[in-house]
Design a protein around this ligand. Sequence first.
Ligand code: ZN
Length: 310
Amino acid sequence: MVLYLLIQCLNINLVDAMDRKRFLRLAALGALSPNFMSLQKLYQHSRSFPDQEALPVLFLGHGNPMNAIEENEFVEGFRKTALQLPTPRAVICISAHWETQGTRITAMPQPKTIHDFGGFPRALFEVEYPAPGDPKLAQELKDLIEEPEILLDHEWGLDHGAWSVIKHLYPNANIPVLQLSIDYSKGPQYHYDLARALSVLRRKGVLFIGSGNMVHNLRLTDWHRLNDNFGFDWALEAQSKMRNFLEQCDDRSLIDFRKQGQAFDLAIPSTEHYIPLLYSLGLRDKKENLRIFNDEPVGGALTMTSVQYG
Ligand code: ZN
């Protein structure tokens, strides 16, 4: 792929020698995917902001929406994580709770707080997370991806997959937050490849957060034991295998999760809570440090396992 990029870059004579060097450095990072990326647009984008150290990438297990307002070990894990992160220019969150036809990015200046759940105490419905958006960044992300077209969205906002965890990272709501939707019509490889194409934004001050749960079977969850750290045998098996795949950088097995047997099928009865993990994998470089935290089962059929790269 890098060879392809080299040929492209040299042939189209986009840049002078100095800038070409920087462009090729981006290519060498492995962030570029010819299927998703307009090289010229990427190059233009790379000139619009100074490069900086890549921000880490997070996948956060969000679990019960009540985690937004409760004090527990998971909330503590989120807070501790935030303390050792550089301050980002903006957060882009891939939440399990925003599935669309086509991929969309929120582009409003002030996203509303969406209370997309029912049957919870009033206090949870009263939570507001008034982080600003960043329409300019949304446009830049759109410009970065030639195919497929990324759609600018002015209707969504911040759903609880985003705000229930981000409020613990940035309680002052002073960092702009955007959401990138999950195209439900696409398979796992699409999401992984799109994430790779977006990874260049990590060097432009963007903190990406996937928010879901690796093991997430609400039908089999014991709702009376949501505060207990216990998992059914199949959930513990899936948790253990997923952790091993993460530690071995075995992205292929995690992308091909439907080939991993019954424990995975029970852990991932529908894909929306798992796919945010694939974005985190695609966004990171395999050479980056992996830190796993909040790695506990709850309610038998959920895991709160969270991941930091970089
Ligand atoms: Zn959820």
